[in-house]
Design a protein around this ligand. Structure first.
Ligand code: ADP
Length: 486
């Protein structure tokens, strides 16, 4: 089938979070299964710069489109990059919208004032792009997150139309705008009602995606349940419960070819579950890179994360004074909220504190950290799916996680005895507070002292199928059911 994904970010060209990796890896799995797959994504300044850095040629495809937004008529080009990493990605080039710094925000983390227009253009271009490139509508138009939320609405207006699927990667970001954007965007006021676009007298793009798509998915089974409750529903729990029949949870996978400790050229030494010698070399290398001495019996943990309240990193900060006594050292890589960045910088500067942070976004360093560390810590307050626990497991790095959303679904914790026998893949704690995290870290340290038990746990984590194949097959089932009208 012909599948068009609409994603506001795609690795390695543009990325702020996990969506970018899904937009890159799911199409690869779908192509492997024989589908024709394109991804439509904005041609941001950073995309152009990365193409230049790589010396890759740009090529226009299809005709120039004219995007009608209210009374504006905006020309838009479809551009591709001649590079294997850009296979099947069609970039929407509207310089006035995308040729600027920051995907969604400026350097002060303020949303760009014209985001409603920028992403309506993306959603509106999807149908015409598919028709221009394939000569017919897509069989499935798969829109991701609020930025693509209006695509199902626009597709509904077409006579001969694609089946539409909308995926929620994080309900906390809803794309809510004042209602006057209805005029600016030229949207039909009949859709401004509480069952469709309206959210407390404003316009919600995410709600539009849920309302107009033929099928709705989110990125884990647990998160699909959680978002129908007030605790995680971000004000949309009632609406989602009402639409629960059309809502399916499908956990993300990872690209296990690109993330393979047997072949990864970015890490100090290669290794696999049978022979973990290389992982020891990676451990020494990452300690060196951070300029720290790590004893053999110290549990070396990593955190690779956006710095936001969601990720629960304040719990790690709160435990900082106890880590040394527990026998734990933590390497941190991340960017985000200024006060967390500042706090991690301060902790790194304290010679007595075993937390060492790099405030940066660095995909290659992230790999070296997953390869070299013993464990990774994810105390997220909520986590739709989470990718880091999957990368970590693939590299024999044991996840220590709050049992929520996708973390609950992908990290198996049968208790200490079960873990030591290789019957699970990591440590879970039920309540995201300091006590919960301290308890889980204590359990990890204890098992780390039992080298054979720890190795069995590492091997079990590495053996878990974290590839896309199972999840891609589940998406296909959702597509088929939606095409058949359920
Ligand atoms: P979210 O989408 O909520 O940010 P995920 O775990 O689903 O969280 O995905 C985040 C992705 O971005 C992961 O692959 C993670 O490794 C990567 N990432 C986040 N911050 C950084 C960083 N500072 N440097 C490198 N990679 C990062």
């Amino acid at each position: 089938m012909n599948i068009l994904h609409i994603a506001s970010e795609v690795t390695p060209w543009s990325q702020t979070g996990g969506l970018a990796e899904v937009a890159a890896a799911l199409p690869v799995a779908q192509r492997r299964a024989g589908d024709e797959v394109l991804v439509l994504s904005p041609f941001y300044r950073v995309v152009r710069d990365r193409a230049r850095e790589r010396g890759a040629a740009l090529r226009d495809v299809g005709p120039t489109l004219t995007m009608e937004l209210g009374t504006s008529h905006i020309p838009a080009r479809l551009t591709t990059i001649d590079e294997p990493d850009a296979e099947g990605i069609v970039f929407l080039d509207i310089p006035g919208f995308y040729d600027r710094d920051g995907l969604y925000t400026d350097e002060h983390f303020h949303s760009h004032a014209d985001n409603a227009k920028r992403f309506t253009a993306l959603a509106k271009a999807a149908g015409p792009a598919a028709r221009a490139l394939w000569g017919t509508p897509a069989d499935v138009m798969h829109a991701h997150d609020w930025q693509a939320g209006l695509a199902p609405l626009f597709e509904c207006e077409a006579l001969h139309r694609a089946t539409t699927v909308f995926t929620i990667h994080n309900l906390a970001y809803q794309g809510v705008f004042p209602k006057h954007v209805m005029y600016e965007l030229g949207l039909d006021w009949s859709a401004f009602n509480p069952d469709e676009l309206e959210w407390f007298d404003q316009v919600s793009f995410l709600k539009g995606g849920i309302a107009f798509a033929d099928a709705v998915t989110t990125v884990s089974e647990s998160y699909a349940r959680e978002i129908t409750t007030p605790l995680a529903g971000c004000g949309l729990d009632g609406f989602l419960s009402h639409n629960a029949r059309r809502l399916t949870g499908i956990a993300n996978g990872i690209d296990t070819t690109a993330w393979d400790p047997r072949t990864d050229a970015n890490i100090a030494a290669r290794f696999d579950g049978d022979d973990l010698t290389g992982k020891r070399a990676c451990r020494a290398a990452i300690a060196d890179e951070f300029g720290v001495e790590v004893a053999a019996d110290e549990l070396l943990c990593c955190i690779v994360s956006r710095f936001t309240w969601q990720k629960g990193l304040d719990l790690v900060v709160a435990l900082a004074p106890e880590l040394a006594a527990l026998g734990i050292r933590v390497l941190v890589l991340g960017t985000g909220e200024r006060d967390l960045e500042q706090r991690f910088r301060e902790l790194s500067a304290d010679p007595l504190c075993p937390i060492h942070a790099r405030v940066a976004f660095d995909a290659k360093l992230a790999r070296r950290m997953f390869a070299g560390c013993d464990a990774t810590i994810m105390p997220s307050r909520f986590e739709p799916c989470g990718l880091n626990q999957l990368y970590a497991m693939r590299y024999g790095t044991v996840p220590i996680v709050h049992a929520v959303g996708g973390l609950r679904d992908t990290v198996i914790d049968p208790g200490d005895a079960g873990l030591a026998q290789g019957g699970g893949t990591g440590f879970c704690f039920e309540v995201a507070d300091v006590e919960g995290l301290r308890w889980a870290l204590g359990r990890a340290v204890e098992l780390f002292a039992d080298r054979n038990g720890w190795t069995r746990l590492q091997r079990a984590a590495m053996a878990r199928d974290v590839s896309w194949s199972r999840s891609a097959a589940r998406y296909r089932e959702v597509y088929r059911s939606a095409m058949a009208g359920w």
